[in-house]
Design a binder for this molecule. Structure first.
Ligand code: HEC
Ligand code: HEC
Ligand code: HEC
Ligand code: HEC
Length: 452
C-alpha cells in the first residue's frame, strides 16, 4: 500500500513536469473476449502463415516499436501510451489491458497486435479518418469482401474492406495534441494517381507479388470453394529485418527506377552526370510512413582506372521534424512541422546533378539507391538486425577518347552503351506485364457490363 503511494506520488511529479497531457484513444471500449485468437483461424492455414510473417502480427512485440514507445513515455511523463498502443495493439487498448509499457496484463489475443479478428470486425470510420478512427462491431460476425461467405462461423459481406479508408484509419498518423500530419500514407495515396485509377492499398499489399498481381485464384479456406481471386494477408512493405524478408525486398526493388546520364567521351575538363530516381512502384511517397526513422539514400561514386574515388556524393530522402522553437531533428512527440521533406511522390521523379574533373583514363560512375527501416544505431539499441537493401543500381563508364572507348568495350564484352548494367529491370518487366493483365481485365469487365 505504502509503496504504491510512493510510486503514484513519484508519477505525479513526473506528470506535472511533462508538457503533454495524457492522450486518450479514439477506439471504443470492449472486452478482449469479443475477439478470437489467430489460432482459431486454422481453416485459413495459408492466410494464417502470411499474417504471422507480417508486421501486423508483430506490431506490439516489435523491439523497434517498444524502444520508441519507451523513449516517448519517458519524454512525456507517460502521456502517449494509449495513443501509440491503439494502433499497435488495438484489442488490448480497447479492453484496458495495456495503458503504457507494462504488458503483463495483456491477454493472449491482445498480444497478437493487429490481428485477424480485429480487422474482420471493423465496419467503418468513426469521425475524421486517421489516428485509429476505426469503427468496431464486437458482435463476432466476420466481415470481408466475399459476397457469398461459406463459413462455419457467422460471416457477412463488407464493402468497406475493399477500400483504402479501411487502411487509412491507422495509416494516417496525426500528432496527438497539435494535429500535425506526422505520417500520411493514406493522404499521399488519395492525392496521387493510383486513387484516381481505383488502385487501392490492398491491390499492392495483399497480393502475392510486387505491383498489382491480380487475379490471384485460390481458396480462402481449406474446405472452401475455388475462387477467381483471393487476397493474401501479407502486407509486405520495406521491413526486410523484421517482416517477410523476401517479399519486402521484392517490394523495395520494384519501387524505384534509377536513371544515370553519363557522357560517353570526355577528353578533359568537367564530366557532368545526372542521376534520376522515379517512384514507379509505390502508391504513395517514397519513402512513406514514419520517414523521420526510415532511411533511403542515393550514392553516386566515380572511380578512375587506378581505383581512386574521384567523386563520392550522398543524398538522403526522408523527412526531418522540427519543434515550436525551430530546433531539428526532434522526436515525433515534440514535432509541430517538417523542417525538411525530401520524399518522392507517386510516379514522380527527382534529379540530381554532379560533376567531377576527368581523369587520364576511363572513369566508372556508379549510382546506388539504398533503403533501411531504421539507422544502425537504433537497430543496435533495440537489439535487432536491420539489413540495408539495394533498391536499384546503375553503372556507366566515361572514356577519354573514342579509341579508349573501343578498347574498353572490347575488353568487356557485353558492356556496350557506355558499359551500362541495371538491376531492377526484371521487376519492372513484371510490373509492365501485371499492368497489361489489369488493363485487359478492366477492358473485359467494361465489355461485360456493356453487354448487360
Ligand atoms: C490489417 C487487417 C487484416 C488482418 C490483420 C487480417 N485481415 Fe483478412 N482481410 C482483410 C481485408 C481488408 C480483406 C479484404 C481485401 C479486399 O477485399 O480488398 C481480407 C480478406 C480476408 C478473407 C477473404 C478471402 C481472401 O483471402 O480474400 C479471409 C478468409 C481473411 N481475410 C482471413 C483472415 C485471417 C484468417 C487472418 C489472420 C490470420 C486475417 N484475415 C488477418 C484485412 C485483414
Ligand atoms: C489497427 C491499425 C491498422 C490497420 C487497420 C492497418 N494497419 Fe498496416 N500497420 C499498422 C501498424 C501499427 C504497423 C506497424 C507495425 C510495426 O512495424 O511495428 C503496420 C504495418 C504495415 C505494413 C508494413 C510496413 C513495413 O515497414 O514493412 C504495411 C505494408 C501495412 N501495414 C499495410 C496495411 C494495409 C494495406 C492495410 C489495409 C488493408 C493496413 N495496413 C491496415 C496498423 C494498421
Ligand atoms: C501501386 C502499388 C502500391 C499501392 C497502391 C500502395 N502501396 Fe504501399 N508500398 C508499395 C511499395 C512498392 C512499397 C515499398 C517501397 C516503400 O517503402 O515505399 C510500399 C511500402 C509501404 C509501406 C512501408 C513503408 C516503409 O518504408 O516502412 C507501408 C506502411 C505501406 N506501403 C502502406 C500502404 C497503404 C496504407 C496504402 C494505401 C493507402 C498503400 N501502401 C498503397 C506499393 C504500393
Ligand atoms: C494511427 C496509428 C498509429 C499510431 C497512433 C502510432 N503508430 Fe507507430 N506505426 C503505425 C504504422 C501504420 C506504422 C508502419 C508505418 C511504416 O512502416 O512506415 C508504424 C510503425 C512504427 C514504428 C516502426 C517499427 C519498425 O519496426 O520499423 C515505430 C518505431 C513506431 N510506429 C512507434 C510509434 C510510437 C512511439 C507511437 C506513439 C508516439 C506510435 N508509433 C503511434 C501506426 C501508428
Amino acid at each position: 500500500m505504502k509503496r504504491r503511494l510512493i510510486v503514484s506520488v513519484a508519477l505525479g511529479v513526473v506528470m506535472a513536469l511533462a508538457a503533454m497531457p495524457a492522450v486518450a484513444t479514439a477506439l471504443p471500449s470492449m472486452p478482449s473476449t469479443k475477439f478470437g485468437p489467430s489460432a482459431g483461424c486454422g481453416c485459413h492455414a495459408a492466410l494464417l502463415t502470411q499474417w504471422q510473417e507480417s508486421m501486423h502480427a508483430k506490431a506490439i512485440v516489435d523491439p523497434i516499436y517498444l524502444l520508441k514507445l519507451k523513449e516517448g513515455e519517458e519524454a512525456t511523463g507517460g502521456a502517449l501510451g494509449p495513443y501509440c498502443n491503439g494502433c499497435h495493439a488495438p484489442i488490448a487498448v480497447m479492453a484496458g489491458e495495456l495503458t503504457s509499457l507494462d504488458q503483463s496484463g495483456m491477454s493472449k489475443v491482445g498480444k497478437e497486435g493487429v490481428t485477424c479478428d480485429f480487422c474482420h470486425q471493423v465496419n467503418g470510420t468513426d469521425g475524421t479518418l486517421g489516428n485509429t478512427s476505426t469503427a468496431v462491431t464486437g458482435d463476432g460476425i466476420k466481415l470481408a469482401q466475399l459476397q457469398d461467405p461459406q463459413a462455419p462461423h457467422a460471416a457477412a459481406y463488407s464493402q468497406f474492406h475493399e477500400t483504402a479508408e479501411f487502411c487509412g484509419n491507422c495509416h494516417n498518423v496525426d500528432h496527438p495534441t497539435n494535429g500535425m500530419h506526422l505520417e500520411a500514407t493514406y493522404t499521399e495515396w488519395k492525392n496521387g494517381p493510383y486513387a484516381a485509377e481505383g488502385i487501392v492499398c490492398q491491390d499492392c499489399h495483399m497480393t502475392p507479388g510486387a505491383g498489382v498481381t491480380k487475379p490471384n485464384p485460390g481458396k480462402a479456406a481449406g474446405m472452401g470453394p475455388d475462387r477467381e481471386h483471393i487476397y493474401t494477408m501479407t502486407w509486405a512493405g520495406g521491413n526486410v529485418g523484421l517482416g517477410d524478408a523476401a517479399l519486402a525486398e521484392q517490394r523495395l526493388k520494384a519501387a524505384a527506377e534509377l536513371g544515370l546520364e553519363v557522357p560517353e567521351i570526355v577528353e578533359s575538363g568537367e564530366v557532368a552526370v545526372k542521376a534520376t530516381i522515379t517512384n514507379v512502384g509505390a502508391g504513395h511517397y517514397l519513402p512513406t510512413g514514419l520517414t523521420e526513422v526510415r532511411q533511403m539514400w542515393l550514392e553516386v561514386v566515380a572511380t578512375d582506372e587506378a581505383g581512386n574515388e574521384v567523386m563520392s556524393e550522398r543524398r538522403d530522402f526522408g523527412s526531418v521534424l522540427k519543434d515550436a522553437e525551430g530546433n531539428f531533428p526532434v522526436e515525433l512527440w515534440d514535432a509541430v512541422d517538417f523542417h525538411s521533406d525530401d520524399r518522392i511522390a507517386p510516379r514522380e521523379s527527382t534529379s540530381n546533378d554532379y560533376s567531377f574533373p576527368m581523369a587520364a583514363g576511363a572513369v566508372t560512375v556508379k549510382a546506388t539507391l539504398y533503403y533501411r527501416s531504421c539507422s544502425e544505431e537504433m537497430a543496435e539499441k533495440a537489439g535487432v538486425e536491420i539489413p540495408t537493401t539495394t533498391m536499384a543500381e546503375v553503372t556507366k563508364t566515361v572514356f577519354p577518347s573514342a579509341e579508349a572507348k573501343a578498347a574498353g568495350v572490347e575488353a568487356e564484352p557485353g558492356a556496350e552503351d557506355g558499359g551500362e548494367t541495371e538491376s531492377g529491370s526484371g521487376a519492372l518487366l513484371w510490373i509492365a506485364i501485371a499492368a497489361a493483365v489489369v488493363t485487359v481485365a478492366a477492358a473485359a469487365v467494361v465489355l461485360m457490363r456493356k453487354k448487360k
